[in-house]
Design a protein around this ligand. Structure first.
Ligand SMILES: Cc1cc2nc3c(=O)[nH]c(=O)nc-3n(C[C@H](O)[C@H](O)[C@H](O)COP(=O)(O)O)c2cc1C
Length: 199
């Protein structure tokens, strides 16, 4: 069964980023089931993981390998799964862009590009959450989209704009940010629609 992987790049588990990603993955299952081609989803949390920045050693030019002995090693097989059809990257906005965890993760995925563009035609969507309503969510989506395009992935937004743009400091809690939660769900819907179209 084809799989969509959600990557939560917040250092805090069980906060707004993980919540939004859960909503998005649930919608992927819901939409794909309605379209009678159910997709499997998996949530990979980077919280607590040690993922260093790329050191440009070049080892990955010799195969799907990485010289650094950190937690990215256990992620390589997850990303190498032949059933992988899509990746949803969910990140908090830090200083107007993605978290260091998200950037380190994306930089380390260069090994898939260097090995016959293994992410080519994988569908990509992005969810962001900021402490401010307009704190850089769209800029952050663009930054992640750039990395996805460098992989030759196929991008989806939320069907209206760029992807998930949520606000964690909603006075009634992040779950009450109906607009933001809806953009996360709609990004999941688009991802599922395109995955089903692609078979
Ligand atoms: C170092 C740092 C920088 C931040 N920069 C921004 C920012 O530029 N814009 C914004 O809207 N929120 C910013 N925030 C707030 C986070 O985006 C917000 O708390 C978000 O909900 C964190 O996700 P989480 O709930 O998964 O921890 C920043 C938080 C930290 C810790």
């Amino acid at each position: 069964m084809s799989k969509i992987l959600g990557v939560a790049a917040s250092p805090r588990k069980d906060k707004s980023t993980h919540f939004l990603l859960g909503e998005c993955l649930a919608e992927i299952q819901n939409t794909s089931t309605k379209l009678t081609k159910p997709l499997k989803t998996e949530l990979l949390s980077l919280a607590g993981k040690q993922i260093n920045g790329c050191i440009a050693c070049g080892k990955c030019k010799k195969g799907v390998l990485c010289s650094q002995k950190d937690d990215f090693q256990e992620i390589i097989p997850i990303l190498s799964d032949p059933e992988l059809r899509g990746i949803v990257m969910a990140t908090p906005v830090y200083m107007g862009s993605m978290t260091a965890q998200a950037k380190a993760f994306l930089d380390r995925t260069v090994l898939f590009r260097r090995n016959d563009f293994l992410f080519k035609n994988i569908i990509g969507g992005v969810l962001t959450v900021g402490g401010s309503r307009n704190g850089g969510q769209e800029l952050t989506i663009q930054a992640v989209h750039a990395a996805m395009l460098i992989h030759d992935m196929i991008l989806v937004g939320d069907g209206l704009h760029f992807g998930g743009t949520a606000w964690s400091n909603h006075p009634d809690g992040y779950e009450a940010d109906e607009t933001g939660v809806e953009t996360a769900r709609l990004t999941g819907k688009r991802l599922a629609e395109v995955a089903v179209l692609m078979g």
